[in-house]
Design a protein around this ligand. Structure first.
Ligand code: GDP
Length: 618
């Protein structure tokens, strides 16, 4: 037998830590093994296989348990985790459990924590509410209340979160992240908050962002504590606020609901103790637990590049314990924790569940909302980070795989495309629908033509985003994108095609599918003017007083009249004037007057776009 005392003197914590281990081809998770004197397992073995791994007789284990622990076990039985640990130590081995992590997908890991390992953890609280209702004031009031010795006069660093001790219990506050940041984190699968404090000013009542915060809380299934603030103000009307919240189904306990309502005056520190008290009461009801015995996992709250120290991230440890010497993978970044500090710049060796810490040592700056996981060795962390990196590059590449009509045929033939997605925007629902049907009929054995959105209206930024996300082309029929939308489309590499004849539109797609690049009529926009005033003249009809905003308006060119992004009329100018004189061309930055040939119903804010047509051969 090996030196028993020496082994048993080792800290139990280290033996017990459940390691996250990447699953890869070489690793056989179901096989327990001894590695450098450590018995490593992921599933608890039978007495027989444990004995084999430890190179002892099964009878030795059975005898030891019977004589020392009064436990009768058989050779085919599995031991409980505590007994397994005792046996390992008794026979001179350390032990460690491993959680096998699917290589690049630790976000979807199902944790199997032994209920006996779970211990209470501090609640994580976020403060939300309408602007100016007192969130920042409340955060400050909480921070400065009941300062413990280590906090008084200490240098604090803004790490986006802090812990407060009250009646011997800790509460973790996340500095109000703003509703968008909260939603963004949630969309990345992060769930960091256990309780939301909803601040509502008593003199202002429920406001749009109050409702928004309630929606966020509900969507994330997080309980709310309502803090009615500014009760010291003369205009305070607590009952009105309560009634408004009840309308939104946030009902106080006194009226049979399940939401805690408190009255506070953050600026004067009134009601802060009661709020802290109630956070503890609620968190007790929520039975918040975590397993400190495992390697840490959690979420990035903030990250930035520090000039002197490199990538710096605030991590919220949500399960497990983070050690100052662990290796972490965050998003696709990784590194050894070189230094770990709390919000008072105090260096920490370990961080237990619900502790926010600032770390340096990562090789890249991660994103807020990214999940992190700690690993025992650099190799494991590096392997997993590399795989995640490759996955990310693939995702980016796919994202940038925009399609343009011109390379459609090549992509189809190289087998890269099996379907063409198209967005149709038209001047009326009827034409949108007609174009959709004609386009979908172009589907053949090789390629499916799919119209993913067909609607009446101007081409908008949301169309461009949808096109970008689904590698779609956009077809506009008698509609025009404005400049903002054009720029967005260029950024996202989305091809926008504009037509005013249905058959020409369909033919263009048909030809592209066949790989035929026919000579086509392309138009060149010469300029745009904004109609600012209308003059009625009995003889000539409506005269537009306009300002040329781009390029130039040419007397003999074709024009289209655009209202709210929709082409209302296509034709020619009847006249073009600078003051009283006829003009051949009016340039950007000048005013002009014109009539439209055969069209009188012009309105202020209409846009006139001049264009010429040219034949283009490829
Ligand atoms: P936030 O936008 O929600 O973070 O709101 P602030 O914390 O910046 O507060 C907005 C204004 O309300 C500030 O001028 C605060 O001083 C004031 N304020 C906050 N709490 C109280 C309070 O309890 N009573 C009074 N009278 N004013 C308060």
């Amino acid at each position: 037998m090996k030196d028993k005392n020496k082994t048993q003197n080792k800290k139990n914590y280290e033996h017990n830590r459940i390691a996250n281990v990447p699953l890869n081809g070489k690793h056989k998770p179901e096989r327990a093994k001894v590695n450098n004197g450590v018995f490593v397992y992921s599933k608890i073995p039978t007495v027989a296989s444990l004995a084999k791994s430890l190179d002892i007789e099964p009878s030795a284990i059975i005898k030891y348990l019977f004589l020392n622990k009064k436990k009768i076990v058989t050779i085919n039985q599995t031991l409980d985790e505590d007994t397994l640990g005792e046996v390992c130590l008794e026979f001179g081995y350390d032990f460690r459990k491993e959680e096998i992590v699917a290589e690049e997908d630790f976000e979807n890991l199902n944790l199997n924590d032994n209920p006996d390992d779970l211990t209470e953890r501090a609640p994580v609280v976020t403060i939300m509410g309408h602007v100016d209702h007192g969130k920042t004031t409340l955060i400050d009031a909480i921070r400065s209340s009941h300062l413990v010795e280590s906090e008084v006069g200490g240098i604090s660093q803004a790490i986006g979160a802090y812990q407060k001790e009250y009646h011997g219990k800790k509460i973790t506050f996340i500095d109000t992240p703003g509703h968008e940041a909260f939603a963004e984190m949630r969309s990345r699968g992060a769930k960091v908050t256990d309780i939301i404090i909803l601040v509502v000013a008593a003199d202002d009542g429920v406001m749009p962002q109050t409702k928004e915060a309630i929606d966020h809380a509900r969507a994330a299934n997080v309980p709310i504590i309502v803090a009615i603030n500014k009760i010291d103000k003369p205009g305070a009307n607590i009952e009105k606020v309560k009634n408004e919240l009840i309308q939104l189904d946030v009902v106080p306990e006194e009226f049979g609901g399940d939401t805690i309502f408190l009255n506070i005056a953050a600026k004067k520190g009134v009601g802060i103790d009661e709020l802290l008290e109630n956070i503890l009461v609620l968190s007790e009801m929520l039975e918040l637990k975590a397993n400190p015995k495992r390697y840490a996992m959690g979420t990035v709250l903030e990250a930035k590049l520090d000039k002197g120290e490199g990538p710096k991230a605030t991590l919220l440890v949500q399960n497990g314990t983070l050690n100052a010497s662990d290796y972490v993978v965050v998003g696709a970044a990784y590194g050894k924790v070189r230094r770990m500090t709390n919000e008072h710049k105090k260096i920490l060796k370990v961080a237990s569940p619900s502790t926010p810490v600032s770390i340096i040592g990562l090789n890249e700056v991660p994103k807020a909302g990214d999940l992190f996981m700690a690993f025992p060795t650099e190799k494991q962390a590096k392997d997993i980070a590399n795989k995640r990196h490759a996955l990310k590059v693939d995702e980016e590449r796919n994202k940038n795989q925009s399609v343009s009509l011109d390379d459609l045929y090549d992509k189809i033939h190289e087998g890269e495309m099996k379907e063409v997605n198209i967005i149709v925007k038209a001047d009326t629902n009827g034409s949108a629908e007609a174009i959709k049907q004609s386009l979908e009929k172009l589907t053949n054995d090789e390629i499916k033509v799919q119209v993913i959105r067909a609607a009446a209206g101007a081409i908008t930024e949301s169309d461009v985003l949808l096109a970008s996300a689904s590698h779609a082309l956009i077809y506009g029929f008698n509609v025009r994108p404005d400049n903002l939308v054009k720029t967005k489309a260029q950024e996202e590499k989305v091809d926008i095609r504009l037509h005013n004849l249905i058959y020409a539109l369909i033919e263009e797609v048909e030809d592209a599918l066949k790989g035929m690049k026919k000579a086509r009529i392309v138009e060149e926009v010469t300029g745009r003017a904004e109609i600012r005033q209308i003059f009625k003249a009995s003889k000539v009809g409506s005269i537009a007083g306009a300002y040329v905003t781009e390029g130039s308006i040419i007397r003999d060119s074709k024009i289209r009249l655009i209202r709210d992004g929709i082409v209302i009329y296509t034709g020619k100018l009847g006249s073009l004037k600078r003051f009283k004189d006829d003009a051949r061309e009016v340039k950007a930055g000048f005013e002009c007057g014109f009539t439209i040939d055969g069209y009188n119903d012009i309105k202020e804010n209409d846009i006139v776009e001049g264009y010429v047509e040219k034949e283009e051969r490829e």
